[in-house]
Design a protein around this ligand. Structure first.
Ligand code: NAD
Length: 324
């Protein structure tokens, strides 16, 4: 995509920070579509920063607490686009994103020229590129900005955003994304945010399976799981899955393993991300031996009833696999 003149309000420096003219006056409403495990706390952080919201979710219960707080709930993505010229989407899959942007009652039906549309879902980079083309034809701007950090970071406003799109528009996106994340990184052209996210999640899937295997082996060798986690976290096996999101019940508080693997990042979503990694690896002729194996493991878990549990339930899955 070539350089283009921004149709959005241009950011101006204020005490070393970039603020748009809008943020200096009263804030205009921001659209938010997809208020699930991640979208819910992300939207709440926008409210905390003073942005009124126009929201939509296909599952009406997801909007209820926002409606009770006085936020505007509407009945389609097209209605969101009518009332807001900056919209964030946080949806499960590529298919949902296509429906929300290009469907019969999608955002594109009513999008205004100069609108900024940011998709924070993890989707296929090729789909992000296709959506960007359609959106650009309507005179609006699209950026892919998937996130890392999980539900905890979404609640505390400490997500990492990986942003792809036209560089001149990055500051405008940063103004909103900075309310929900502590790291907002520009990755390059449209689709590169998704590329970075897919690589991260493939590594996360592999390290979660590795952590679960090591913990399970240690427990079967007679080690106390809390002690083993402490040792790993002081040693070279330490990783995010061992020290921040340990998969073994009783090792940490406030993580899905402490709550029967409820909430968090669904196994079905991890299987989806590994499928995206698999497709990308095929397209680029890249060997991803462990990534492919992780994909098979998470798909098998989905088939065996784990799809709605957090992806750290791979520990429970392994516990239940007795081998000869
Ligand atoms: P979720 O399933 O909890 O929430 C998705 C929400 O989107 C739901 O409320 C659902 O009703 C809504 N939705 C689905 N289709 C819709 C449609 N057509 N129109 C309007 N709303 C629709 O998913 P999540 O865990 O919040 O994840 C969202 C995205 O973020 C996924 O792409 C996921 O891979 C990514 N992600 C999740 C985590 C995590 O820890 N959960 C972390 C990083 C990235």
């Amino acid at each position: 995509m070539g350089k283009r003149t921004s149709l959005l309000p241009q950011p101006v420096p204020v005490q070393g920070k970039l603020q748009s003219p809008q943020s200096m006056a009263s804030k205009t409403p921001v659209g938010f579509i997809g208020l699930g495990n991640m979208g819910n706390p992300m939207a709440k952080n926008l409210i905390k920063h003073g942005y009124p919201l126009v929201i939509y979710d296909v599952f009406p219960d997801a909007c209820k607490e926002f409606q009770d707080q006085g936020e505007q709930v509407v009945s389609s993505p097209a209605d969101v686009a009518e009332k807001a010229d900056r919209i964030i989407t946080m949806l499960p899959t590529s298919i949902n994103a296509i429906e929300v942007y290009s469907g019969a009652n999608g955002i594109l039906k009513n999008v205004k020229k100069g609108s900024l549309l940011i998709d924070s879902s993890t989707i296929d980079p090729a789909v992000a590129k296709e959506l960007a083309k359609e959106i650009e034809k309507m005179g609006a701007v699209f950026m892919d900005a998937p996130v890392s950090g999980g539900v905890g970071a979404a609640r505390s406003g400490n997500l990492t955003f990986m942003v792809g799109g036209v560089e001149e528009e990055f500051a405008a996106a940063q103004e909103l994304l900075g309310c929900m994340g502590s790291n907002v990184l520009y990755c390059g052209a449209i689709g590169t945010g998704q590329a970075a996210k897919i690589c991260n999640n493939m590594l996360l899937a592999i390290s979660m399976i590795g952590t679960a295997e090591a913990m399970n082996l240690g427990i079967r060798l007679g080690l106390d799981p809390k002690l083993l986690a402490k040792i790993l976290n002081m040693s070279s096996g330490r990783c995010w899955s061992s020290d921040t999101y340990n998969p073994v019940p009783g090792v940490m508080d406030g993580v899905p393993s402490a709550n029967n693997y409820q909430g968090g990042f669904g196994t079905t979503l991890m299987a989806k991300d590994l499928g995206l990694a698999q497709d990308s690896a095929t397209n680029t002729k890249t060997p991803i031996l462990l990534g492919s194996l992780a994909h098979q493991i998470y798909r098998m878990m989905c088939a065996k009833g784990y799809s709605k549990k957090d992806f750290s339930s791979v520990f429970q899955f392994l516990r239940e696999e007795e081998t000869l």
